[in-house]
Design a protein around this ligand. Structure first.
Ligand code: GTP
Ligand code: MG
Length: 279
């Protein structure tokens, strides 16, 4: 069956495909791709075009939601040029608020039953989106996480970055009980119910956002599957001691919320919206 690629033309309840979320309602089968973008002037249009190419090959209705995280360059102008106001939509946060804040805002504007968080900087091949969506549908898992340390991933990392990254996940395992080998790669897919249930409990908006989101989802009993990265990852960039300390501090803060306050198990999401402008 050929499904319309435009969620705005869908009539609920006219088609179904297994494994997405149950009822066969077409509204449930939209794939929402949420892309945070910061200082990507000159690159963002190409990024959206390539993501759309993959999205339209999914055989499912989709929407692409791009959030300019208060960039001080022409990122938003590029997003405006690429958006059509329906299938591709852009928003702008007035102030730079961090990748997590941009994703949270983008999710509030989405309506797909499958939600993909995908970095807009094209460090990751958009083909990864297809793998994420298909794995989510076929495995029955609640979320799919790309791992640079999956045995089938080709990751080329300096010794320092390997030690730092693996040390981070060992610590995350001990402190947070995480069962994934990578949380930070910017390509993940979730069933909508997971994000509706946990996103408001995630307090971090900067780089620890991903690790907190996955901790919260695990704490509430959701199941993750890891997939390899379909492109070669190069990890060479150096971290400053300050960046490492901030990440450690964030891990400890999340562990406190998780182990001591039991916040992720007990918390309840009431909803909420950030402020932004539509392209
Ligand atoms: N750096 C940065 N990126 C942001 C921010 N808000 C949204 N983003 C977007 O979040 C995604 C990931 O950010 P990156 O800085 O590339 O993070 P990364 O991929 O983990 O790190 P790199 O190895 O430096 O590429 C990109 O699509 C950014 O455009 C922000 O405040 N700072
Ligand atoms: Mg990047």
């Amino acid at each position: 069956m050929v499904l319309s690629a435009d969620p705005n033309t869908l009539k609920p309840g006219t088609a179904s495909r297994g494994g997405i979320g149950g009822s066969g309602d077409l509204e449930e089968m939209i794939v929402s791709i949420v892309m945070p973008a910061y200082r990507l002037a000159g690159r963002i249009e190409e990024s959206i075009r390539r993501v759309e190419e993959v999205a339209s090959s999914l055989g499912l209705p989709y929407e692409i939601i791009v959030i300019d995280d208060g960039s001080d360059d022409g990122t938003y102008t590029g997003i405006q040029r690429a958006s059509d106001g329906s299938r591709v939509r852009g928003y702008r946060l007035e102030r730079n608020s961090g990748k997590g804040a941009a994703l949270r805002f983008g999710f509030s504007k989405s309506r797909g039953q499958i939600v993909v968080f995908f970095d807009a900087d094209l460090d990751i091949s958009p083909r990864q989106i297809k793998l994420l969506v298909e794995t989510l549908m076929d495995s029955g898992a609640d979320m799919v996480v790309t791992s640079k340390w999956h045995p089938d991933s080709a990751t080329d990392a300096s010794l320092t970055r390997t030690i730092l990254s693996k040390g981070f996940y060992m610590l995350a395992k001990v402190l947070l009980g995480l069962k994934v080998s990578d949380t930070q790669t910017g390509a993940k897919a979730f069933r909508r119910k997971v994000l509706e249930d946990v996103l408001c409990l995630v307090k971090t908006s900067r780089y620890a956002f991903d690790v907190e989101l996955i901790t919260a989802a695990y704490a509430r009993g959701y199941r993750a599957v890891e997939v390899p990265a379909l492109w070669r990852i190069s990890l060479r960039k150096r971290f400053s001691v300050r960046e490492i300390l901030v990440m450690l501090e964030d891990l400890i803060r999340i562990a406190w919320r998780h182990r001591v306050k039991n916040l992720y198990r007990r918390g309840k999401c009431e909803g909420g919206d950030a402020k932004g402008t539509l392209a």
